[in-house]
Design a protein around this ligand. Structure first.
Ligand SMILES: [Mn+2]
Length: 341
């Protein structure tokens, strides 16, 4: 993989001609979808034929995609480890890879131009700055990726809302969170969600799709209330087990953790598939390291996995091991003192 500058990545995009066919492989969260729509809008405008591939983290592999017939590839918003082992399926075809996930450096071959930004500069922002287009969609990507927690994004966010004379918090409630909810609704068929994202002409257009985001928004509100009534303490952590219809776990844990004391720890668990539990953890301050917490939580549990960042990590294990996981977490708190105390 060749480390690229912003200019080099943009040059790669500039040099694609209308004779070439491009495969766009992208993440399916709000940032990934927004990035893919911005990028494919650009390709369409230049008369370039393209096809997009929705990559479901933890489920998709490049083998699921028919990658024959493409001259070039664009990979958006996917951490390197997600496709590391399958890079051979690109067959050495020229590729630009734009991402912000901080993972190990790997040499994936000289045909891959890697433009990697710091964690806070999400992919939708990079793509927007390279190819232009719908700025509001870049803002949706930035805010959904918690980009407003990073100083680097202050200016782009502030300029956008000031120009529109909009209050950010109001607009988030009125429109932006609904983008994420719409994605949740289609979590078995993200291509449908992509097609809707493509059709949106402005930020407010999302309101037309209430049949999709509505049920998810409703469930989110119910679960947030339920959290405040029903969560238990697991050591210093706030533990909440719930069985949602839609996969709203990360949305609600983000919402609750960002509106609490940053040093609070949150451990949210829900069933995943037939016989697994999936757990998300958050600690927005630095009192405990969530990557260490989940790794300690799954010690000795077979068919388990997990990891992430100090502030946000996740893991999974077999349903019958839930009790053991909770004991492991308590053990972790027993041996890890809160930083600074
Ligand atoms: Mn992202």
């Amino acid at each position: 993989m060749v480390k690229a500058t912003f200019e080099q990545a943009r040059e790669f995009l500039d040099e694609i001609t209308s004779k070439e066919k491009v495969g766009v492989i992208h993440d399916v969260d709000t940032d990934g979808m927004s990035s893919a729509v911005l990028m494919t809008d650009y390709l369409s405008k230049k008369g370039i034929k393209w096809k997009n591939f929705c990559f479901y983290r933890g489920i998709s592999t490049f083998k699921d995609f028919d990658l024959g017939g493409f001259d070039k590839f664009i990979i958006l918003d996917l951490g390197t480890t997600l496709f590391l082992e399958e890079i051979g399926l690109l067959n050495g075809r020229p590729t630009v890879y734009i991402d912000h996930h901080q993972v190990l450096d790997k040499n994936l071959g000289s045909h891959i131009l890697e433009y990697k930004t710091s964690g806070g500069i999400c992919t939708a922002r990079s793509v927007f700055e390279m190819v232009g287009g719908k700025k509001w969609l870049a803002i949706v990507g930035i805010i959904s990726d918690a980009g407003d927690k990073y100083l680097e994004n202050n200016k782009i966010i502030k300029d956008f809302f000031e120009k529109k004379n909009w209050n950010q918090k109001d607009i988030e409630e009125k429109y932006i969170w609904k983008y994420g909810s719409l994605l949740m609704y289609f979590d078995k068929d993200f291509q449908k969600a992509f097609e809707i994202f493509q059709k949106l002409k402005n930020l407010e257009d999302i309101l037309k799709y209430k049949e999709f985001w509505g049920p998810v928004e409703e469930e989110k509100e119910i679960l947030i209330k339920e959290y405040y009534n029903k969560h238990e303490k697991l050591g210093p952590a706030n533990y909440f087990y719930f069985e949602p219809h839609f996969n709203v776990k990360s949305i609600i844990i983000n919402r609750i953790s960002f509106s609490s004391d940053p040093d609070e720890v949150f451990v949210f668990a829900m069933p995943k598939g037939e016989n697994r539990i999936s757990v998300s953890t958050r600690c927005q301050g630095d009192s405990y390291n969530m990557d260490e917490l989940v790794k300690a939580g799954i010690v000795g549990l077979h068919d388990s996995g997990g990891g992430g960042h100090p502030n946000a990590s996740s893991c999974f294990f077999i349903t019958k091991d839930l009790q053991k996981f909770k004991e492991n977490v308590l053990k972790f708190f027993g041996s890890h003192k809160k930083v600074g105390s």
